[in-house]
Design a protein around this ligand. Structure first.
Ligand code: EPU
Length: 421
């Protein structure tokens, strides 16, 4: 397994181009199942999770063609297998996103239940409840969700909690249902807006995306479309936290600052200077960060996907930060690893109390999930000495060429390939 070797202490300086958002691209790839026509996409990041999704779609019969500059085309004209097998779903929970489109277009789907994961239980009961409300017959058989429907019917659905992929699955399913579907308590994340925009280009009739009530008037069929994936707000936020911790000045190009309000506010509170235009962000830090507490919540609140990275920044801040993780019950796996680098963090249930220390010291740590890995990279950049991060396959799932991008702004970071590691 590859490892990362980071020698901390370098200030960061230069420009980074932000990639397309993983969490927008994943549902968008699955939306290709809704039509027999070609979907042409731009700004699709090269990530392992994207590769897994393309493998999953490929097994079903969806053809995909890559072009230069992160562009690609998908065509689901010849779908033969309406199944997402355990082997793929267990490596990537977002595979559940094929359930709604398959059921809506083909009236049938067999999708493995994902099981638990490193950050919490993450059930998919709300996806199932919503599809049942739309008339689907759903059984759990041998660990699989087995769903059937002659044609889905529009329904009024209120999810028990705000769920991102749940909203996406139900929104996709509703595009081809008969009649009107109303999703109450819908997620408002920018990735949902991006998906809805693609679906509308395909002929869907969706309104209210970006609010907590999405209304979808079903149509008989959808057609091909072109779309560029929204910039990754979490990748951009991760690089800004890196500058906040290591010091320096970076310019992020192809960014979407208007989707990053809560993150940018917290970084300013931590002492960073942030400037931005419509599609760029400049982040500067020339002093020790100030402790900055926060609570994660659904968009537009502070994203759980930035919790670990802002915690890393807080480990070396002046003061004590109280952090509350409200979305996932087990998303503090990075705490023990940060502690091995000298961080002082106490956990009590969903609350973490981070007492900033003058400096972290490099050591060998282990990545446990995607955003935990990112927090260890940030800690490593700010620490004195060498940090070796093991199991970085987690990082490769969701960050495109992270070490290359960081090296281009002066970080001393290298990948130790399995042979050399
Ligand atoms: N939940 C249920 N039942 C459901 C669905 C969700 O109990 O049927 C619970 C979850 O267990 C969790 C909460 O509701 O406690 C919210 O989960 P949500 O469904 O919103 O999460 P998700 O859709 O599985 C997406 C992102 C995650 C991100 C969360 C929250 C994708 C592919 N994944 O997951 O991204 O953390 O929303 O914003 O969009 C990441 O990129 O590192 C990542 C984990």
């Amino acid at each position: 397994m590859d490892k990362l070797l980071i020698t901390g202490g370098n200030r960061l300086s230069g420009e980074i181009s932000v990639s397309g958002a993983k969490n927008a691209a994943l549902p968008i790839l699955c939306a290709s199942l809704l039509t027999a026509d070609t979907i042409a996409l731009r700004n699709v990041p090269h990530l392992n999770d994207i590769g897994t999704t393309l493998r999953l779609l490929g097994q079903m019969g969806v053809s995909s063609e890559h072009h230069a500059d992160n562009a690609m085309e998908l065509c689901a004209a010849h779908v033969e297998k309406l199944e997402a097998p355990y082997e793929l779903v267990k490596t990537m929970r977002a595979s559940i996103l094929v359930l709604g489109p398959l059921l809506a277009r083909f009236g049938e789907a067999r999708v493995s239940l994902p099981g638990g994961c490193a950050i919490g239980q993450r059930p998919v009961d709300q996806h199932i409840k919503g599809l049942e409300a739309m008339g689907a017959d759903i059984r759990i058989e041998h660990g699989y969700v087995v769903a059937k429907a002659t044609r889905l019917q529009g329904a009024s659905i209120r999810t028990d909690m705000v769920t991102v992929t749940g909203t996406e699955n139900l929104m996709m399913a509703a595009t081809l249902a008969k009649g009107r579907t109303t999703l109450e308590n819908a997620a408002r994340e920018p990735e949902i807006v991006d998906l809805a925009e693609l679906l509308n280009k395909m002929g869907a009739r969706i309104k209210g995306h970006g609010t907590d009530q999405i209304i979808i008037d079903g149509v008989d069929s959808l057609h091909g479309a072109e779309h560029s994936v929204v910039p990754d707000r979490i990748e951009a936020g991760t690089f800004l936290c890196a500058v906040g911790a290591a010091g320096g000045e970076i310019m992020l190009r192809n960014a979407a600052p208007l989707t990053m309000g809560a993150t940018l506010d917290k970084l300013i509170e931590a002492g960073m200077t942030i400037e931005h235009g419509d599609d760029w962000i400049r982040g500067m830090m020339n002093k020790r960060p100030r402790a900055t507490g926060f609570r994660t919540s659904e968009y537009p609140g502070f994203p759980t996907d930035m919790q670990a990275q802002l915690m890393a920044l807080n480990t070396i801040a002046d003061g004590t930060a109280i952090i509350v993780e409200n979305i996932f019950e087990n998303r503090y796996m990075h705490v023990q690893e940060l502690s091995r680098m000298g961080a002082q963090i106490d956990i009590d249930g969903h609350t973490a109390v981070v007492l900033g220390v003058g400096q972290l010291s490099g050591t060998t740590v282990m990545a446990t999930d995607l955003r935990a890995s990112a927090s260890l990279v940030i800690a490593g950049l700010a620490a004195c000495g060498d940090t070796i991060i093991e199991r970085i396959y987690h990082l490769d799932r969701g960050y495109e060429r992270m070490e290359e991008k960081l090296r281009s702004v002066g970080a001393n970071i290298q990948r130790l390939k399995r042979e050399a590691a």
